[in-house]
Ligand binder design. Structure first.
Ligand code: ZN
Length: 207
């Protein structure tokens, strides 16, 4: 697990636990300038019913949506993640942001509005985590290559192909928009173990 980020403004609320919605260790992102004027949303944690509900298709595009997606990037970088879906900040919208470079390359930022998987192939089993389930990871089989059709914040349609970590991030975030969490892809045994631990943590006020 990487060290906690110190990139957010002092006044901004910080997520309690550092967690990577990722499969690979990362170094701290260089996002000072990016997140300087941004709203940092607290990340909704497992147990909140919004994470297991479906989301609505986005029909309005433009400045407001662009602002939201930039705030989502800032929130994601502050939480040291590589992907964030709108339900994770309490919004039931088909919007997700991904940056598998965790803020190191501005060109790697991907905004997915109303995304759909149009093609996938291959299989890869890797460890996965989620910003909404901090501290827990598990091996999940995902396609090795995934092509997604989506719109950007302006409403312009595009297609993008991802491999390995990016393909995994596409699947993980689109799952979020359908109310599905990565633990639902784990064995029942492993999933129940995680759920039991979280229940215990919640009782102790640690969740
Ligand atoms: Zn997640």
């Amino acid at each position: 697990m990487p060290d906690k980020s110190t990139t957010s403004k002092p006044a901004a609320p910080k997520p309690v636990t550092p967690a990577a919605e990722s499969q690979e260790p990362q170094t701290a992102p260089a996002t000072e300038t990016l997140s300087a004027l941004r709203k940092i949303y607290p990340i909704v944690k497992y147990g909140d019913p919004i994470l297991e509900k479906s989301t609505s298709v986005v029909k309005e595009f433009g400045a407001e949506l662009e602002q939201l997606t930039e705030d989502m990037f800032a929130s994601m970088y502050a939480a040291q993640g590589v992907g964030l879906a709108a339900p994770q900040i309490g919004m039931r919208l088909r919007v997700a942001v991904i940056d598998v470079t965790a803020g190191k390359n501005p060109e790697a930022k991907i905004v997915l509005v109303n995304p759909e998987v149009v093609h996938y192939e291959g299989e890869k089993r890797e460890e996965e985590g989620c910003l909404s389930i901090p501290g827990f990871r598990g091996y999940v089989v995902r396609p090795q290559f995934v092509t997604v059709k989506a719109q950007n914040a302006k409403g312009e349609p595009f297609e993008i192909r991802g491999e390995d970590l990016l393909a995994r991030a596409f699947c993980h975030e689109i799952d979020h928009l359908n109310g599905i969490l990565f633990i639902q892809h784990l064995s029942m045994l492993k999933r129940d173990l995680i759920k039991r631990k979280i229940k215990k943590m919640r009782k102790l006020g640690e969740w």
